[in-house]
Ligand binder design. Structure first.
Ligand SMILES: CC(C)(COP(=O)(O)OP(=O)(O)OC[C@H]1O[C@@H](n2cnc3c(N)ncnc32)[C@H](O)[C@@H]1OP(=O)(O)O)[C@@H](O)C(=O)NCCC(=O)NCCS
Length: 331
């Protein structure tokens, strides 16, 4: 087996549908208004994948293709494909299988990982472990969600929040001190239905009743999740900073999950991180679930310097939450 090496991100790709859904367009659909949405969430618009024959695998594959092109490597060099998503094209086969076929990644095995808004973070640490163990040389980690497929556009408390999109990173062994250094992940299944999609799984398979009761859509007790997210995100960032002896000044960038601008700002304040060092693109895309963090990395990649200390952090359904500390490896 190859020698243990730290995993680093060597390329970042993305995919966003062209169609935009603005706050004022939502005003025509539910009882809401632009001012409320902006001030309570920071969201101005989101992207919606409207093509009926396209879904999460399409966006994930496009993001992966961009990452491969950036690194100038062919798909048959990929060993593993991990797809974080809560909106797989099918319950099975896994979205990773569909992406594997689309890419022609004939030497890769792949699987989906379901951890809602923390999915990309968990998938990234998973992928890094495969590189570090020497079992894999090139791993694609993709966060992709077509949230519009599980959103109830008659429910104003959720339909204003979510959008569609995908981000992908390529992981390879690091040749220097850069790469994924540490991570902390948590799960607490005691949510009492605060955030879930009640039907479509093996407990409540689809029937006329589940459809009539709109149980195939996201249900969220926003206020409860909000309180949990603020504490969870800030705690887990402080935890990883402490564990790695990082002060706020040592952290060059924070890439937080984009669920609500107020959660992001409260987290930055509590951890003492300067607001201009915090990646925020929720205004443009809303909450794209597993895609928010790789979309941040994509949008910021021109500003990131080799060796920058970056913390990624997320909180979401499950509950799941976590942080990850890396040194940026792309020159
Ligand atoms: C959903 C969320 C934006 C709601 O914001 P909030 O400030 O908590 O708002 P509340 O739910 O307390 O609702 C306040 C009022 O606004 C109303 N309201 C809710 N949605 C509205 C909308 N889209 N437009 C206008 N008014 C709305 C509510 O009915 C309520 O009215 P009331 O006071 O008359 O009962 C916020 O709770 C949130 O972001 N939650 C966490 C999301 C998250 O992190 N999820 C995890 C990752 S997916």
């Amino acid at each position: 087996m190859a020698q243990t090496k730290q995993a680093r991100i060597t390329a970042v790709g993305h995919d966003l549908p062209d169609d935009r859904l603005t706050n004022s367009e939502l005003e025509a659909v539910v009882d809401t208004n632009d001012e409320w949405i902006r001030s309570r969430t920071g969201i101005e618009e989101r992207r919606i994948l409207k093509d009926e024959d396209k879904a999460t695998a399409f966006m994930g594959a496009e993001a992966a293709k961009e990452a491969l092109k950036q690194r100038n490597i062919s798909a048959n060099e990929i060993d593993v494909i991990i797809v974080a998503t809560v909106t797989p094209d099918y319950l099975f086969p896994a979205t990773a299988c569909l992406i594997q076929k689309e890419l022609g990644a004939v030497n890769a095995f792949g699987y989906d990982l379901s951890a809602a808004c923390s999915g990309f973070l968990f998938a990234l640490s998973n992928g890094a472990n495969q590189i570090e163990s020497g079992r894999a040389e090139k791993v694609l980690v993709i966060g992709a969600d077509k949230m519009s497929s599980i959103i109830d556009y008659t429910d104003r408390s959720t339909c204003i929040l979510f959008g569609d999109g995908a981000g992908a990173v390529l992981l390879e062994a690091s040749e220097d001190e850069t790469g994924i250094i540490d991570y902390i992940h948590h799960t607490d299944g005691d949510t009492d239905g605060a955030l879930y999609q009640p039907a479509g799984g093996s407990l409540n398979p689809a029937d006329e009743n589940t459809v009539a009761r709109r149980l195939h859509y996201v249900k969220q007790d926003g206020r409860t999740v909000f309180k949990k997210a603020i504490v969870g995100m800030a705690d887990v960032i402080e935890e990883i900073m402490e564990q790695n002896r990082l002060s706020a000044n040592d952290v060059d960038w924070l890439a937080p999950h984009q669920a609500n601008l107020r959660i992001i700002e409260a987290t930055a304040n509590r951890t003492g991180l300067n607001r201009d060092r915090v990646m925020v693109n929720i205004d443009k895309y809303g909450n794209t679930t597993a895609a928010t963090i790789p979309l941040c990395l994509y949008d910021w990649k021109e500003k990131l310097n080799h060796n920058d200390d970056i913390i990624l952090a997320a909180f979401g359904g499950g509950y799941t939450w976590g942080s990850l500390y890396l040194k940026w490896g792309i020159k």
